[in-house]
Design a protein around this ligand. Structure first.
Ligand SMILES: O=C(O)CCC(=O)C1=CC=C[C@@H](O)[C@@H]1C(=O)O
Ligand SMILES: [Mg+2]
Length: 378
């Protein structure tokens, strides 16, 4: 597969509702949309999930643009790609970190590869499900009543699990009140690293609410203290920010740092690495689900495809586009029927980019061809 052109577009979408976590509030979403075009004119699409500011991890939209422009795109333009696996296994191995930048370009090539095979992205990844169960992620709100209202609305729409963002002071009372109203619903909490082992009493108090899991309670780069904490809690710990690779997952499983892993394609460097983590976790009885990064329909399409693999046994964050955006940039938008999404069977990601909407929300774009100086960089 020869890629003749890559187009990077900086898009900005306004969130319908501010999204607050323990580390900040997002009011809109700036992201890089990647289009990889083959020499026979087929386009593959993906998006970078890096945020404007280095709050979730160390990557940002600007660092991603630099790494894509100066390192990753020249490599892809210069080489004949026989299979997308080669990208993370051969072509990007000498570039350290920058997982979200790598995943954004690798994902576009995976979409292109699937289209050229005439197969869905789910199919070429080894997906087995025709429908996936999805949950919803609810940010920190101004009152517990607001949270209860959102849960009631999403329950009515059939969502299969409820993730509440927590932080010290917005945790035990919140979960207690939600459990009093909804004693049985599948409920989990995501702390985004807001606690330390000094908060053991507060975290132990969460242990009595029959939560599905507590996600990333401790430091974003820790697996040691998480192992200590997991040994003291009956509630499964789920790791998100701490897992950047197959190696991280192997070590976390070996140490007993978690009993569940949230896979985010961007955080682990792409679909090939996601598949490898999936297979390792299947082997060790560690269930997976697919986390969200406030993606547009393009990123959601990739999340749907990876979630169709068999060990994604827990509902993820891939809720309907209409919960996030006044309008999404794909046709159709991602819709959820009774908490389920049908896995597209069309070639590639199965959601058509809307060029009219992409143009409407594009702030800046740059097209990259193989030129003399690009070849030198690769
Ligand atoms: O996309 C969704 O609905 C989930 C959003 C979400 O929970 C997150 C988005 C971005 C970074 C984090 O704050 C957080 C997460 O930890 O998953
Ligand atoms: Mg998380």
């Amino acid at each position: 597969m020869k890629i003749k052109q890559v187009i990077l577009r900086h898009l900005k979408l306004d969130l319908l509702e501010p999204f607050t976590t323990s580390f900040g509030t997002e009011y809109d979403r700036d992201f890089i949309l990647v289009e990889a075009i083959s020499d026979d004119g087929i386009s593959g699409w993906a998006e970078s999930v890096a945020m404007l500011d280095p709050l979730y991890n160390e990557e940002t939209l600007k660092t991603n643009w630099h790494i894509l422009e100066d390192y990753l795109i020249p490599i892809i333009l210069k080489n004949e790609i026989k299979h997308p696996d080669e990208i993370s296994e051969k072509y990007f191995t000498h570039i350290r970190g920058n997982y979200m930048a790598k995943a954004a370009l690798e994902g576009a090539v995976w979409d292109l590869y699937a289209k050229k095979q005439g197969a869905s992205l789910s199919n070429v990844l080894g997906g087995t499900k025709k429908k996936i169960e999805v949950g919803v992620s609810i940010g920190i709100k101004d009152s517990i009543d607001s949270t209860l209202d959102i849960i009631e609305a999403r329950l009515g729409e059939g969502y299969k699990r409820f993730k509440l963002k927590i932080k010290p002071g917005w945790d035990v009372e919140l979960i207690d009140k939600v459990r009093k109203v909804y004693p049985e619903i599948p409920l989990m909490a995501d702390a985004n690293s807001a606690y330390t082992l000094k908060d053991i009493d507060r975290l132990s108090a969460l242990d009595d609410f029959n939560l599905m899991m507590i996600e990333q309670p401790l430091a974003y780069n820790d697996i040691i203290d998480h192992a200590d904490l997991q040994s003291r809690l009956k509630t499964p710990i789920c790791l998100d920010e701490s897992i950047h690779s197959l190696e991280d997952a192997r070590k976390a499983i070996k140490l007993g740092s978690c009993k569940i892993i949230n896979i985010k394609i961007g955080r682990v460097g792409g679909l090939t690495e996601s598949k490898k983590i999936h297979d390792l976790c299947l082997e060790h009885g560690i269930p997976l689900w697919c986390g969200g990064m406030l993606e547009s329909g393009i990123g959601r399409a990739h999340n749907i495809a990876i979630t169709s693999l068999p060990n994604f046994t827990l509902p993820g964050d891939t809720a309907a586009s209409s919960l996030y955006w006044a309008e999404d940039i794909t046709d159709p938008e991602v819709t959820v029927e009774n908490g389920m999404i049908s896995v597209p069977e069309l070639p590639g990601i199965g959601y058509e980019p809307s060029m009219e909407k992409i143009k409407k929300y594009t702030i800046h774009s740059q097209t990259y061809h193989l030129s003399e100086n690009v070849a030198r960089n690769a």
